[in-house]
Design a protein around this ligand. Structure first.
Ligand code: AHG
Ligand code: MN
Ligand code: MN
Ligand code: MN
Length: 335
């Protein structure tokens, strides 16, 4: 007999007891993200049909052209979280500053802050390639009852209480962790329900995929150049396969399932790398570690970095544990 598939809603309720000081708030928050994900999924899916493709004409704080769907996804996520009054603050790749959310009674009783990359891989929108959303959730560190401050957002990744991503791909999936492993849910678009499709996701200990923008090779540090050459060498299970989509979410998702390493190193033109510590690297690092993988800046653990600014960038090496450790060896030797 075929077993009934568990829905994300059922899964959230069943696992609520995992949260140490559970008041149901974190469950409600993940529910709100599930709702926003469905709305953005709908927008992404019809992107080719209506005039929301292409650049919005503004530049965000990162100096990137904002694509129209970047702006739309940002608005949808922020609005959904605001409407439900379940967080006290939001920071987004697309916003210059964090947004403090005052509850209607002005009592500031909500405990959580959310950090989001509303649309990841947005340069892929125009060519119908998978994009994603990344989210990261922390408990505020300043006292409940007062408005949030920057300090609530500048926490090291080890403080995350939940993190995840949505990949708007051949099917749409929501993958998240609350620190008890990683679970993946696939959207059935016919009825708008996410079903548990990938329970307890794990990176293979090693793999044969390396994902890096090799066009930047000439600008990479010596350690990265040497590691790339190692990946290409004929020996044992090498040469590895090169796969790079240009959407962190999609590259990570594939590597978690198949085994691989994703790298966005610093370079002579990007002195800190490109990816953002708070919106991209920390949530992916939390997921990676919960899935038996590893995330490093080339020398140390991503989640232990103390952030100093909201839009901070860091070099990023993430994926199958043994592969990330090998890349770290090359980085240390290339010094
Ligand atoms: P975003 O679209 O949120 O700005 O992020 C883009 C990031 C990441 O998703 C991707 O892996 C990387 O930028 C691609 O950068 P390059 O085009 O420089 O390889
Ligand atoms: Mn961007
Ligand atoms: Mn991104
Ligand atoms: Mn983005």
């Amino acid at each position: 007999m075929q077993q009934k598939k568990k829905t994300l809603g059922e899964f959230i309720i069943e696992n609520q007891s995992e949260f140490k000081f559970s008041s149901g708030e974190l469950s409600k928050l993940i529910n709100a993200i599930r709702l926003a994900a469905k709305v953005v999924n709908h927008e992404v899916n019809k992107a080719g049909l209506i005039d929301i493709l292409g650049a919005a004409g503004d530049t965000n704080i990162q100096g990137e052209n904002q694509q129209k769907l970047d702006v739309l996804a940002n608005e949808r996520f922020i609005q959904t979280l605001k409407n439900r009054e379940i967080v006290c603050g939001i920071a987004s790749e697309e916003e210059d500053d964090f947004i403090a959310i005052n509850s209607l009674d002005n009592q500031h009783q909500n405990k959580y802050v959310v950090l989001i990359d509303p649309l990841d891989g947005s340069s892929n929108i125009d060519v119908n390639v998978s994009v994603g959303t990344i989210f990261s959730i922390y408990r505020r560190v300043t006292p409940i009852g007062s408005p949030v401050t920057l300090e609530d957002f500048l926490q090291p990744g080890i403080n995350q209480v939940a993190a995840g991503y949505i990949v708007y791909g051949t099917s749409t999936m929501l993958v998240y962790t609350t620190g008890h492993g990683v679970n993946g849910f696939t959207l059935n678009p016919a009825i708008g329900t996410f079903y548990l499709s990938n329970p307890d996701m794990q990176f293979p200990e090693s793999g044969n995929i390396y994902s890096v923008n090799e066009g930047n090779y000439i600008h990479f540090p010596q350690g990265v150049k040497d590691y790339i050459k190692y990946c290409q060498m004929e020996e044992g299970d090498r040469p590895y396969t090169s796969r790079y989509i240009g959407s962190l979410v999609s590259d990570f998702h594939r590597n978690m399932i198949k085994g691989g390493i994703y790298m966005y190193p610093k370079s002579s033109v990007n002195s800190e790398g490109k990816l953002r510590l708070l919106y991209e690297c920390n949530p992916m690092a939390f997921l990676a570690e919960q899935a038996n993988g590893k995330a490093s800046d080339g020398f140390g653990r991503i989640m232990e970095i103390q952030p100093t600014e909201l839009h901070q960038r860091v070099p990023f090496f993430c994926g199958s544990r043994l592969m990330v450790e090998k890349a770290e060896e090359f980085m240390a030797a290339g010094q």
